[in-house]
Ligand binder design. Structure first.
Ligand code: SF4
Length: 465
């Protein structure tokens, strides 16, 4: 895939996309600001969220083992997956063991991260997305572009077209004469999904949190589709990143305040589903938890970068980011777009590809993401940290080595400054040649003075002569 600058150049040229993104992100960010301002102790809550996550990550081994014990005691089964291939294999085998070939899914970025739908398709299993935005993405053979609103790049006229053209391929067709009225679109999705919920015996979910003390999974959602997936099927498989564990229900309470206000701009979440193992006569008869590493322990080993694992996927950083607002989510080439994607993706996937190496530069370092982050992830600091680790072009490395040599000794620098002053008429005034040309596209080259400050100081004795 091309680098971030290449992808974003195409996105910026799409005026419809820019309009859709601006309208949606500004609406959500305004709602968030309003409900956050209502809480006088927001900063204390934020500090508590950060402290809980840091404590949990420092003791992750202990809490994961406690979680495993709790889930097992409650009648669930725990599986450990080191990477995407292992997670996909475990899930496919579990589904095959039920004899089913169809599953319904609750919105889950972890399953997108591991390419679960594609892996299941190879095994002859069809996964049906049930979140409205994910349904739009799936029917449109598209790719999510926002953590909270995966189809944020689509407007309602486009959604109507997708429903009319593709719903029938996946089940109940869209009603004839469907309009682009939001209520009509929601009703079409509801009718389409209801049949699927009632007919499917296996569900796949992620989880926003896992409570170690009781082995409880927690899913927050706004449409009720998650509740249907989590209660109706006979078998439930949850794939969850290992960083999603919290020690106790008391800790969970902090995040149940932070997350809805930061994500949808609501005071509390419309549907908060919790389940602990299995309960005879109530809900799924079988529950499997797949604990996913897939690069997370590598992130944990980085003292600066590990704070990215505090993320609760609220998407507040996306909604305030001036780069995301113009480039959109697809430019990041990952299921994690925006500022959090710019620090998480290169850590999870490494920076071997040009795209992943370009992501730490997908930011103006304005710091708006840090200000709104409910768990105080210092995204600008991590970006700078990753830029230092990213592979750099040969010309840039040579330039930095030359600068290091020139700035390493005062007498050497003084001699070079004198030389530069003498040769200053040869320096281009507008555009540097070669690899520096792009840098001067949007910057002026400062004029080289006839005399350096040091020489002026020596000559005038600090301006006294
Ligand atoms: S980095 Fe912070 S603001 Fe961004 S999605 Fe994660 S928790 Fe939310």
């Amino acid at each position: 895939m091309p680098t971030f600058p290449g992808n974003s150049a195409r996105a910026v040229a799409d005026s419809q996309l820019r309009f859709n993104l601006r309208k949606a992100t500004h609406t959500i960010r305004g709602k968030r600001a309003g409900v956050v301002a209502e809480l006088p102790d927001w900063m204390e809550l934020r500090a508590a969220g950060k402290a809980i996550k840091d404590h949990t990550l420092r003791n992750l081994d202990r809490y994961l083992l406690q979680l495993e014990r709790s889930v097992t005691e409650a009648g669930g089964h725990v599986h450990w997956a080191a990477d995407a291939a292992e997670a996909n294999r475990i899930v496919a085998d579990l589904i095959k063991a039920t004899g089913e070939t169809e599953v319904v899914k609750v919105k889950s970025i972890a399953t997108q991260e591991i390419g679960l739908n594609e892996a299941l398709r190879e095994e002859g299993i069809t996964a049906y997305e049930t979140d409205l935005a994910e349904l739009i993405v799936q029917l449109g053979d598209d790719w999510p572009s926002h953590i909270l609103v995966p189809a944020i790049h689509r407007n309602r006229a486009e959604i109507r077209e997708i429903f009319l053209n593709h719903m029938a391929e996946w089940g109940r067709p869209a009603p004839e004469g469907l309009s682009d009225d939001p209520r009509a679109l929601a009703e079409a999705a509801r009718l389409h999904l209801r049949e699927r919920f009632l007919a499917t015996k296996v569900a796949v979910s992620g989880a926003n949190f896992m409570v170690a003390e009781t082995g409880t999974m927690v899913v927050l959602e706004s449409e009720g589709n998650g509740r249907m997936c989590l209660t109706l099927p006979e078998t439930l498989i949850s794939i969850v990143g290992i960083e999603k564990v919290v020690p106790t229900w008391r800790d969970l309470e902090v995040f149940l305040q932070l997350l809805p206000r930061s994500s949808t701009g609501e005071r509390m979440n419309p549907y908060t589903s919790t389940w602990t193992g299995v309960t005879p006569g109530d809900g799924p008869k079988e529950f499997h938890l797949v604990l996913l590493d897939n690069g997370r322990t590598d992130v944990l080993a980085d003292e600066v970068g590990r704070q990215a694992l505090r993320c609760i996927r609220c998407s507040a950083c996306l909604n305030v980011c001036p780069v995301y607002e113009r480039a959109g989510g697809h430019a990041y080439g990952s299921v994690y777009p925006g500022p959090i994607g710019a620090i998480l993706t290169p850590q999870l996937r490494g920076m071997a590809s040009p795209l992943d190496a370009s992501l730490p530069y997908a930011s103006s370092l304005c710091g708006a993401c840090y200000d709104v982050c409910p768990v105080a992830i210092d995204i600008p600091t991590v970006l700078v940290h990753l830029r230092a680790k990213a592979p750099h072009p040969t010309a840039e490395r040579a330039g930095m080595r030359a600068a290091s040599w020139a700035l390493g000794r005062a007498d050497r620098l003084a001699r070079l400054q004198r030389l530069a002053s003498r040769l200053r008429r040869l320096v281009p005034r507008r555009r540097l040649p070669g690899p520096g040309a792009a840098w001067t596209d949007t910057r002026d080259i400062p004029p080289i003075p006839a005399e350096s400050f040091r020489d002026w100081w020596d000559r005038t004795e600090g301006g006294t002569r």
